[in-house]
Design a protein around this ligand. Structure first.
Ligand code: HEC
Length: 170
């Protein structure tokens, strides 16, 4: 292969890698959906935001559940507080499965001078039944696709949503 072609390919790879670093779960574009929950090409949950700002149902639920369960420590809109780090920053380096693992099992930063403890939510249905919604909301915030505050418009509730939520909450 001519050297110049090789260099062009290498340059292309650098661009691809730096794009991937910004969202460790990969390209957030919605590739498929199951009853209103969108997935990217790798199968990770993702958001879908129309040009007019209307968010998918799960992103709007994620905002509400984040606000109810995480804001007290992680601050409004995922921006962090004196109690806990910014999650819009955290999702620049944590991928979907690492996020799920941390929320399920918790985390304690033993090297910090203060005792910073992330509780384990694995047995809390009010968090775990909505964990994909919380993830897609924070993914949209971290990617810069969604601004601060409650999304003004949401896609309608998917047909099977209420039954699934009831079954999960038990
Ligand atoms: C009682 C306070 C508290 C609540 C409530 C809380 N967190 Fe945390 N969280 C923390 C602290 C403190 C850390 C930092 C722990 C560390 O660095 O060891 C943390 C860390 C995390 C991390 C890892 C960040 C990183 O960079 O590794 C994620 C992800 C996370 N929290 C998600 C959530 C989500 C989602 C919720 C709501 C369902 C939530 N947290 C609720 C206190 C909290």
């Amino acid at each position: 292969m001519p050297a110049r072609t090789g260099a062009a390919i290498a340059a292309g790879l650098v661009i691809l890698i730096s794009t991937a670093l910004a969202d460790p779960s990969g390209d957030p574009s919605a590739a498929s959906s199951t009853d209103g929950l969108y997935s990217d090409a790798r199968g990770n949950p993702t958001y879908r935001i129309s040009k007019d700002g209307t968010v998918d149902w799960y992103t709007s639920i994620g905002y509400l559940r984040y606000t109810a369960n995480c804001l007290q420590c992680h601050g409004p809109d995922g921006l962090g507080s004196s109690f806990a780090p910014s999650l819009t920053d955290a999702l620049q380096s944590l991928n979907y499965s690492q996020f799920i693992d941390t929320v399920t099992n918790g985390k304690q930063n033993v090297s910090a001078s203060q005792d910073l403890v992330m509780p384990a939510f694995g047995t809390n249905p009010n968090v775990m039944c909505f964990i994909d919604a919380i993830f897609v909301y924070l993914r949209a915030r971290s990617d810069g696709a969604l601004g601060r505050g409650q999304p003004a418009n949401s896609a309608p509730r998917p047909a099977g949503y209420t039954a699934r939520e009831d079954a999960c909450l038990g």
